[in-house]
Design a binder for this molecule. Structure first.
Ligand code: UGA
Length: 415
């Protein structure tokens, strides 16, 4: 078993750190945020992720993980996972400054042959750039992109569809793949550039798929076809697959929006045209606009209506509201004069939004029920109870999760 360092304990870093400790490695997890480090060392997770808190407590109890803000401790590690954020920067490019700063901060303390493993989603050529900048040719630089979904990050860590390792030498790739011993999956060993592109290529592919799904669902709506049936039947074709076929209010989160922009930026830099990707981004904006338009068409006086908004996070099982289509839609509606009463099981506050802790309260005198996030608890809402407190029995279920027949029995109309 190895001594593994992790730099940056956000969603990716913390999952990677705990996952590695669960595989038996000793983990030193670093973050510059002292408050976060102290909380983690006491077993408190800085965000909500299913399974995280118990994994954290167990690894601390077994002394398999240690949180620190002292970079010098990396002198004791064999492998270091770099899990820094790479937010959207100038003209859609990925901002790698946190990554480079971290490498700069730690590289002097590392003993020879310590592996620098890039987990962050980075532009093509980043590994090569790091090799050029660290001025230490005794530190192998590896590209090992993550494919963790928020809300099921632990499951994904232990059950990946593949593990991609990009390196200059096959021997180095094999040494890194040894770290994942215990996980049964296919290992794709390749070069650094290809590994970097696999990550962007995957996220952009999924975003394109969802844009198409949302457009098709919009067309179904226009012509009166049943989108659920249409997409279900399409998904039965094994070449297409039944995953990522659920229409929604648009794709969001901390990855797809920035990664599609970053890939567009990369292709522009190379003067290589990727029109499909650009269209997918535009289509995603249209999906949100269509939803708002639909509400406008039904309620010409938006300043006179109250909307019960169910869900604010960008998807279920996370408290993450970064680039959440739900937030964008609610803000647009508020800008048009709507009184939006919001509820989300994991989001208690967000800027000036009117968020209720009690689900039932948002329905009081509502003209419309608007479902924007697919939380399971919404499926269990009792329509009979709700029918007594709303003003109008109208539902716009952008996630298609409410049991329609049951709601219709109590007079609700689905828009
Ligand atoms: C995504 C990828 O799925 C991960 O593989 C990747 O590691 C991660 O980005 C990343 O780059 O770090 P995540 O952003 O957590 O993961 O969320 P997804 O589950 O992929 O959902 C993305 C968006 O698509 C959400 O807004 C979600 O609501 C939407 N979506 C997803 C749908 O509208 N319908 C679907 O059928 C699936």
């Amino acid at each position: 078993m190895a001594t593994v360092g992790v730099v940056g304990v956000g969603y990716v870093g913390l999952t990677q750190a705990l996952g590695m400790s669960q595989l038996g490695h000793s983990v030193i997890a670093y973050d510059q945020d002292l408050e976060k480090i102290n909380g983690l060392q006491r077993g408190n997770s800085p965000f909500f992720e299913p399974g995280l808190e118990s994994a954290l407590k167990e690894s601390i109890f077994k002394k398999k993980i240690f949180f620190t803000n002292d970079v010098k401790l990396f002198a004791e590690t064999d492998f270091i996972f770099l899990c820094l954020p790479t937010p959207e920067g100038h003209l859609g490019s990925a901002d790698t400054s946190y990554l480079f700063k971290a490498i700069n901060d730690i590289s002097n303390f590392l003993r020879p042959n310590t592996f620098l493993i890039i987990k962050s989603t980075v532009p093509l050529g980043t590994a090569t750039k790091i090799k050029g900048e660290i001025k230490r040719d005794d530190l192998p630089v590896i590209s090992n992109p993550e494919f963790l979904r928020e809300g099921s990050a632990f499951f994904d860590f232990h059950n990946p569809d593949r593990i991609v390792i990009g390196a200059e030498s096959i021997k180095w790739s094999q040494m890194v793949s040894e770290l994942y011993k215990g996980i049964s999956t296919e290992f794709v060993l390749t070069d650094n550039d290809s590994a970097e592109l696999i990550k962007y290529g995957s996220n952009a592919f999924l975003a394109i798929k969802l844009s198409y799904v949302n457009d098709l669902a919009g067309l179904c709506d226009r012509v009166g076809a049943n989108a659920q049936d249409v997409l279900y039947a399409i998904g039965l074709d094994k070449r297409i697959g039944d995953k990522f076929l659920t229409p929604g209010p648009g794709w969001g989160g901390s990855c797809f929006p920035k990664d599609t922009q970053a890939l567009i930026y990369i292709s522009n830099q190379e003067s290589f045209s990727m029109p499909l990707l650009k269209a997918a981004v535009q289509s995603n904006r249209n999906t949100q606009a269509r939803l708002v338009e639909k509400i406008k068409n039904i309620f010409p006086r938006l300043d006179e209506i109250s909307v019960a908004v169910l869900g604010l996070s960008f998807k279920a099982n996370t408290d993450d509201t970064r680039n959440s289509p739900a937030i964008d839609i609610v803000n647009t509606l508020i800008g048009l004069g709507v009184n939006a009463k919001c509820y989300d099981p994991a989001v208690d506050e967000h800027n000036d939004l009117n968020i209720y802790k009690n689900l039932l309260e948002v329905f009081v005198d509502a003209n419309l029920i608007l479902v924007l996030t697919e939380w399971s608890e919404f499926k269990l809402i009792n329509p009979f109870k709700i029918s007594k407190i709303v003003k109008e029995k109208k539902v716009l279920d952008a996630r298609g999760i409410l049991p329609k027949d049951r709601w219709k029995k109590y007079g609700f109309e689905f828009l």
